[in-house]
Write a protein that binds this ligand. Structure first.
Ligand SMILES: [Zn+2]
Length: 171
């Protein structure tokens, strides 16, 4: 199989597969990579048009920092038993840097609700399709969040920390 053109979905197999099947439904080729494989062989994600991190910011900081440093844009897409979130889109030089995301991320709890899985997969796929087609995203420095106990779409803003000072970090 040709590699490099596929979107790399990095995460546990069942999570990466749920997102990957949604990517396929909008015509995007994909492959799943476990965090352990991506950490052990950094080249495995090189050349992907975009990375999808199927976990919250800061879950695999070394990996996320490597991806950020490579200049490849990354889309966070994850869910728990109660909360689902798509975004932010991490692009070096636009929006807050990876370290600022780590500092701002909150734990979204454990488990996985099947409806939240479907929601994340579909919205992440649509976001990736638009991102690759248009080259822009409204999720730079922002994410969409859905909570089961407070239904409705929240647009969450992610900001650079005061005094971050990283060269590519934008407030
Ligand atoms: Zn920063």
């Amino acid at each position: 199989m040709e590699t490099g053109r596929e979107l790399c979905v990095v995460g546990r197999t069942e999570r990466a597969t749920a997102i990957g099947l949604a990517l396929a439904s909008v015509g995007l080729p994909w492959r799943a990579v476990s965090p352990e494989v991506a950490l052990g062989r950094p080249g495995v994600v090189v050349g992907s048009p975009a990375l999808i991190w199927a976990f919250p910011p800061g879950r695999h900081p070394t990996l996320e920092t490597q991806g950020y440093a490579s200049g490849t844009c990354a889309v966070y897409a994850h869910w728990s038993g109660t909360v689902a979130e798509v975004g932010p889109v991490l692009v070096r030089g636009s929006g807050p840097c990876v370290a600022c995301l780590f500092a701002s991320a909150a734990s979204n709890g454990r488990g996985g609700h099947p409806a939240l899985r479907s929601w994340v997969a579909a919205w992440a796929a649509l976001q990736c399709e638009a991102l690759l087609r248009t080259g822009s995203s409204e999720l730079i420095g922002a994410s969409w969040r859905w909570r089961l106990n407070r239904p409705g779409l929240d647009l969450v803003r992610w900001r650079a920390l005061p005094g971050c000072g990283a060269r590519d970090c934008q407030p």
